[in-house]
Design a protein around this ligand. Structure first.
Ligand SMILES: Cc1cc2nc3c(=O)[nH]c(=O)nc-3n(C[C@H](O)[C@H](O)[C@H](O)COP(=O)(O)OP(=O)(O)OC[C@H]3O[C@@H](n4cnc5c(N)ncnc54)[C@H](O)[C@@H]3O)c2cc1C
Length: 520
């Protein structure tokens, strides 16, 4: 599909959506979602541009089809590098492309289905997954990822909650499928997706088995209600960027929604929830790195333009150059973690598809989650206070003031007033408006809060190896493992063992050949 066909395709669905307290008649035609529909549309249009084909399209090993890269299962490091570049490109244009979440979820789901086939008597998981992947690719769908439950009291497990609907759970099973109820609290773009992939958001215990489920439902399945925010800042004149491109998020409530067995990837296999969330988080944090690098590119470009419009030559001003280099260092620093995670990626032992390296993926996401605030600060520092103090767009045409404002608020002699205020409003929109705050919060919490990344870095980093290294250097002659409490579970011996459900970094095995396809 191209962007317009995608928008039209949404009319085939009739989801129950509320926004600003009103029921939405038609998502595709509602102006409040237009920035979101437009942003997603870019992922469709770019895939049809021949010069972008090496990035935006991929040959799928599983289905043998040439598909949108956002719907592709990775088989080598080149795929991961190309996905990084593709997501960065989409987010440069749209701020947040949103569609990469389905890429991350499908890759994680494939890994879990292959593992379930290997570990359980039911050998049909990959078959069901493949049929679903085929359906998604064939119809070029957009899928919302419904993972984050409402969660209720954070200190309690799902089965301990006073209200079971704070987590999505199975309320009945019959010969047709499962029936689910509960709430997913934050689903990106839900109203303008075709389907939702429902996944668990945390590890589970046996007592949580009813909450351990993964399935796909159309957005207009009976019993699904979405309460959404508008996408971006639709209709706001000063919102130069986010009136055009934006993202909505919705609370999605499920009330006795029937899901046929062919769309149930698992239900009750509580042991798989940790694996699924871990795999999804690793793929997704890798994608988040590229997404925020695309946003960083916008800040770098706008920051440099603003300096110029203010009358400075950045290359000759040490203070401004220092700030701009700091911004570049931050953006390319976390992006480099994405590149490293692609290069050090490993094949999943069950599906043999490729997963980015978890340590680098988590470090990159952790860096962007915290440094987004430094990125915004630098954009504010180099721009000056006008970005929030300028008169609004209606004043641009006020016959009493417009000409004088243009005279006194110009700076660089060669840069007209309207170009200067355009740049200032662009920076305000991206860094100091509702959208600016939104970018900070999505960077901090989207894909997991910093504590989650820190946990994964610690869990996957071979600290024990470093301890052994120093022990060897100190020539203490102590046996590995005897003289330190620095070992982590699963890293206690040279041979390596693993706690079920936990993935660890092991000594390098024979690596499969990885052709790193650099895109010209
Ligand atoms: C703009 C945006 C878009 C998003 N899109 C999606 C999406 O499309 N699909 C999706 O599934 N999710 C999405 N998310 C959700 C995102 O994954 C979550 O925000 C994130 O996982 C954190 O969960 P939470 O928001 O419920 O915060 P909480 O879980 O309430 O966490 C708040 C703080 O409390 C800490 N905390 C939480 N639990 C504990 C505990 N037991 N002990 C100690 N500390 C704890 C956390 O570390 C964090 O610092 C999106 C989020 C944002 C902001």
């Amino acid at each position: 599909m191209n962007a317009e066909e995608y928008r039209e395709s949404l009319k085939r669905y009739h989801p129950v959506v509320y926004v600003d307290g009103e029921r939405v008649e038609c998502v595709a035609d509602d102006e409040r979602f237009a920035p979101g529909v437009r942003a997603l549309g870019v992922s469709y249009d770019y895939a049809l541009r021949p010069e972008l084909a090496p990035l935006m399209l991929a040959n799928d090993r599983l289905t043998g089809r040439r598909v949108n890269r956002m719907l592709h299962i990775n088989s080598d490091s080149g795929d991961l590098l190309n996905k990084l570049e593709a997501v960065r490109l989409l987010c440069q244009e749209t701020g947040c492309a949103q569609r990469y979440l389905v890429h991350d979820a499908m890759n994680a789901l494939y890994q879990v289905c292959a593992r379930l086939d290997a570990e359980t008597r039911d050998k049909t998981h990959v078959e069901r997954f493949s049929a679903y992947l085929d359906h998604v690719q064939q119809n070029d769908l957009s899928i919302g990822i419904a993972m984050t439950d409402a969660k209720g009291d954070r200190s309690r497990r799902p089965h301990q909650q006073g209200n079971a609907d704070t987590y999505v759970h199975v309320v009945a099973k019959n010969e047709r499928g499962i029936v689910i109820s509960g709430t997913k609290a934050i689903v990106t773009g839900a109203p303008y997706m075709h389907e939702l992939l429902v996944m668990p958001c945390r590890n589970m215990t046996e007592a949580d088995a009813a909450f351990a489920l993964c399935c796909a439902v159309p957005v207009d399945a009976k019993g699904v209600t979405m309460v959404s925010r508008p996408a971006g800042r639709p209709g706001e004149k000063a919102a130069l960027f986010s009136a055009k491109y934006g993202q909505s998020t919705a609370v999605v409530m499920f009330e006795e929604v029937e899901v046929p067995w062919d769309r149930v990837f698992y239900a009750g296999d509580w042991q798989q929830s940790a694996t699924l969330t871990y795999s999804y988080a690793t793929h997704h944090r890798h994608s988040c790195i590229a997404a925020r690098a695309g946003f960083g590119d916008l800040l770098i470009g706008a920051g440099a333009l603003m300096c110029e419009a203010n009358g400075f030559d950045v290359s000759k001003d040490p203070q401004l150059k220092d700030q701009m280099v700091e911004l570049i260092k931050i953006v390319e620093g976390f992006y480099a973690c994405g590149v490293a995670a692609s290069v050090y990626a490993k094949a999943d032992p069950y599906s043999h598809s490729l997963m980015p390296d978890p340590v680098y993926s988590n470090i990159g996401k952790l860096l962007l989650a915290t440094q987004i605030y430094d990125m915004q600060r630098i954009a504010h520092t180099v721009s000056g206070g006008l970005i929030v103090a300028l008169p609004g767009p209606d004043e641009d045409h006020n016959p009493h003031t417009a000409a004088r404002l243009a005279d006194v608020l110009s700076a660089h002699p060669d840069i007209p007033y309207d170009k200067r205020i355009e740049t200032a409003r662009f920076i305000e929109d991206l860094s100091a408006s509702y959208t600016g705050g939104w970018y900070s919060v999505i960077s901090l919490h989207g894909g997991g809060s910093p504590a989650a990344m820190k946990q994964e870095i610690w869990r996957n980093y071979p600290v024990g190896d470093k301890v052994a290294l120093v022990e060897r250097l100190l020539e203490r002659g102590v046996t590995v493992g005897e003289n330190t409490n620095q070992r982590q579970p699963g890293k206690c011996c040279a041979q390596g063992c693993s706690v079920p459900g936990e993935t660890i970094m092991v000594d390098l095995p024979e690596l499969p050949s990885r052709s790193i396809k650099r895109v010209a």
